[in-house]
Design a protein around this ligand. Sequence first.
Ligand code: GAL
Length: 413
Amino acid sequence: MEFQFISVALLLLLQPSNLLALDNGLALTPPMGWLAWERYACDIDCTNDPDSCINEKLFMDMADHMASHGFRNLGYEFINIDDCWATKMRDDKGMLQADPVRFPNGIKALADYVHSKGLKLGIYGDLGSHTCGGYPGSLGYVEKDAKTFADWGVDMLKLDGCYASEADYETGYPEMSKALNATGRPIVFSCSWPAYIKTPNYTRIAEVCNLWRNYDDINDSWDSVLGIITHYAQNQDQFQPFAAPGQWNDPDMLIIGDFGLSLEQQKAQMAMWAIFAAPLFMSNDLRKLPKESKDILQNKEVIAINQDKMGKQGRLIASSITKHSGQRKSPEVTNMVFARPLDGGDLAVAMLNTGHFSGPHNITVSFKDAGVSWSKASVRDVMNGMDLGMFTDSFSAPVNPTGVRLVRLTPAK
Ligand code: GAL
């Protein structure tokens, strides 16, 4: 008995970081699912917007569609609530409570419903005094809220950082991480920590969170998508090395199937999120999803790159600015080439044309720039499901304006 006690105590001492930090065995590949915020924001007007307000029906509808329209079977498993689900005040026991009009059956019943569809439920909170939308935050209630979420059967928590100080981030994220672990329920932990501070300590963040937002909120526009891609390209040394199984950089939601992106741009977002090993959370109306958008979101070969089990995030390996003749102001067309090594030795490459002017132009990827040891590879266009042949030293292809060519290179034997 005494020996057992000592060996348990020894084990505890030997693994301090595992027990205090996040070692929950979750999100070994980037999590996939659906998240309400970009498309539905804080619409709580269910009288005028019955189909697009934040209520239990919205999440049940999305769960139904994820399960019955092929998404679940491809790995999209989370249905995630964002802000504005709660009442403005805690109950008299200090507990968070769902808005009783919009969630008449409560979050536990919603979780049961989502689970009955073979899916998982995510919820949103904030480590400050209030959420960004002004609902109660977890400051002073961390353990209580972690327990509440676990009791409700929640499978993922996005913890935002509004109404908090820099010191609150340092303590609040680790505390919630520990409190979630202590519930004994597997709960994927999504943090907004780095998005709120100037020089994030990614070593620490990766010990505490399964995924973390690095940058501004996405909105329904190509400018926003390109802004995020550019931020990732320019700051890759800061955070790219920290992506790995169980710990992911999160460039924010997929807006494929919404209003702001052309078809080319939707493909570009999907391709880039695959290269970035990004969590794939759609924020769209699955009930009215255009067929072409669904095809992009359900492209198995692109998903396979995103979900590659080695979990290495891709990097910018080359970029160039081309003066475009024939326009009065000589607009510039910028090429960016990103590469991501895959399990088994293949290489995924995204060739991005960020220009808006005239037709497609050629982008070249040099195998040397990609840092690989081989010089001959077969090339497959994964977005379009086409083998393009064997290439030596480099590969070139025309890429449409604000579009991408996503290829998979397999070294010749
Ligand atoms: C923002 C966050 C968004 C969304 C929103 C809710 O800070 O980045 O993704 O969660 O708060 O109010």
